[in-house]
Design a binder for this molecule. Sequence first.
Ligand code: ATP
Length: 401
Amino acid sequence: MTKSKSFLKNLIKPFVSKSSKDQNEVDLEKIAAQEQKEFSFETLVAATNNFHPTVKLGEGGFGPVYKGKLDDGREIAVKKLSQSSAQGKKEFQSESKLLARVQHRNVVHLLGYCVHGAEKLLVYQYVANESLDKLLFKSDRRDVLDWKRRYDIILGIAKGLLYLHEEAHCRIIHRDIKASNILLDEKWVPKIADFGMARLYSENQTHPFKLDFKINDGWQWIHGAEYVMHGHLSEKADVFSFGVVVLELISGQKNSKFNRDPDSRNLLEWAYKLYKKQRSLEIMDPTITSSADGDQVAMCIQIGLLCVQSDPKSRPDMGRVVVILSKKPSILEEPMRPGYPGSRYRMSNPPTASSSASGTSGTSHSFGSTTTTTQTATLTATTSGLTSPRLDPHGKRPMKD
Ligand SMILES: Nc1ncnc2c1ncn2[C@@H]1O[C@H](COP(=O)(O)OP(=O)(O)OP(=O)(O)O)[C@@H](O)[C@H]1O
């Protein structure tokens, strides 16, 4: 291109019409489709010593994860998806390619994928330190997480979520933000794992009212409730889950195992009660007392409580959270009562449309406490209401976007 032509091009760049911008995006999609993101099964077998049990990192709802090393020295984590996904090969390949373009400092990078017969595998960058839940709740090393590190982790997760919600090439609602899905690298930089699983797993991509939730774990319950209430799942479900992680990081208490205060059903309620009495700092983990900046901790508690408010509309979006965390505004609004998290509870009666709706407004439900296995109930909602939930024998299956 001649100098004058490129000068002209730069000059008109800001005024380029939307349709030509869209064309650029379409072009990018085409480039992505041609990108080589496919790993051969042999490469992954060699990298993981044939998926040897000694390199197994763990097993989540989607299948086992193995540590591996590629010939070029890169360390990887290979997730073998359990075979309950009915997604076709082509669809899996194109969704994986799209997700592999999701790149952010605070999101685990999906390097590629592999299809081998009926098996589907995902190849991620290996993140060296443990997941946040192991460090915070299951180890005697949680003092390595001083306040500064915890604050940076809160800010990092917020930035990662903002990217997924608003900045990535495709809008991604995570749906399962929790401490075990936050991995920490060698510099304690948080990286959000398991994003986009709904895109890879959905059985029926076209059914807008299909929703799954785990009976006895995680936040799918509140997500399900919001879904029923509003007919769609919004980013605000992730905001809620982010708020829970913030309060867990500050208190060192796992919300789903909360037992600090017999008068509070969960961590959120406890934090809210103390906040209302202007004693919010009492939730602080004793191991960070010496390193903590009281004002900053109080601000983070308030942000956490704003994020877990029962009304999704009242929760801030992640853009606002990042701004507040980065710039320290002087005045924050008063949080209202937190939503009903449900992770500590077992449903004895599956929700009906009306009980689900009340789930987000903080009223109580009838819950038993006997189920110990992780099972997933699938609610199939129609425009006129909900049909009965059916148990999903395959375990976790995420909701689709
Ligand atoms: N990219 C990665 N780098 C290092 N470890 C990883 C990576 N991805 C997953 N792991 C580890 O593998 C194990 C299983 O992870 P996975 O995400 O499948 O399940 P989970 O988070 O334990 O449970 P759930 O499926 O309910 O979210 C966890 O210990 C996790 O920390």
